[in-house]
Ligand binder design. Structure first.
Ligand code: PLP
Length: 257
């Protein structure tokens, strides 16, 4: 069994963040570990408050794992500010784990900001070069590249621009476009497109976290990036199709279906 780590925020309602990541790792037969960067008080309707974990403690959590346990893959999710992001980048550069998948989390579906815009520069200069795979959605890719994305061609240009910032593979997720969603993967040589079926449901809380965790677990389990993305997309589609009617808002995807 491979040991897989998530460095991310905690969603007390269990649908996104650390909780989604650990469930996804488990569903992929991996041993899940967590470095908690922030405790988010949230539910299926809204984010209520965010408590950042002190940087020294996040740093200690990372050291505690890497000084003791072999890590086959790392998913990076919510890093709310510049200081946390700088430290996480420095620690990843120090330990050089394989299969680092970075989900550049910025805003929750309800509109609440999960990343201070002042951290953008650190994301671009220090985090992105550490990514084996970066998984921005369209709004995140727009913020990272500073360019509007309206077409598949724009998605390809954004993937290329982010690749040039240092990520080895870039998956721009097309779910924010109307109609059938297409995701674009750029590996520095060619574009691969992954077409999906639009699943009509309001219960999509945590889909981005789940996808990036599934890609990480698949890579840790030895799949190629192309197979890791294909299989992760299939897993997330099933998790959305079988989503749970929990709470009054956007219910969570079902990690075990
Ligand atoms: N809460 C946490 C801790 C997250 O890391 C994320 C996204 O990565 C979200 C909430 C957002 O979840 P969603 O936009 O799917 O509702």
């Amino acid at each position: 069994m491979k040991n897989v780590l998530t460095i991310a925020g905690s969603d007390c309602s269990g649908g996104a963040g650390i909780q989604a990541d650990i469930k996804t790792f488990q569903a992929h037969g991996a041993f899940g570990m967590s470095v908690i960067t922030a405790v988010v008080a949230e539910n299926t309707c809204d984010v209520i408050s965010i408590h950042d974990i002190p940087v020294i403690n996040i740093s200690d959590q990372i050291d505690a794992i890497f000084l003791d346990i072999s890590v086959a893959g790392v998913k990076v999710g919510m890093l709310s500010g510049e200081e946390i992001m700088n430290m996480v980048a420095q620690k990843l550069a120090q330990y050089q784990p394989k299969n680092v998948v970075i989900d550049p989390v910025m805003v929750a579906k309800g509109g609440c900001s999960l990343m201070d815009p002042a951290a953008l520069n650190v994301l671009q200069k220090k985090m992105i070069p550490l990514a084996f795979c970066l998984t921005p959605n369209i709004p995140e890719a727009e913020v990272i590249t500073g360019k509007k994305i309206r077409t598949i061609e724009d998605m390809k240009m954004a993937a290329k621009a982010i690749y040039q910032m240092g990520a080895k593979n870039v998956l721009v997720k097309g779910g924010h476009f109307l109609g059938e969603p297409t995701d674009i993967l750029y590996d520095g040589t060619e574009f691969h497109s992954y077409k999906g079926k639009r699943i009509h449901t309001k219960n999509t809380h945590g889909t981005g976290c789940t996808l990036s965790s599934a890609i990480t677990a698949n890579l840790a389990n030895g799949k190629t990036i192309y197979e890791a993305v294909r299989s992760a997309k299939e897993y997330v589609a099933g998790a959305i199709q079988n989503a749970l009617e929990i709470g009054k808002g956007h219910g969570p995807t079902n990690h075990f279906y």
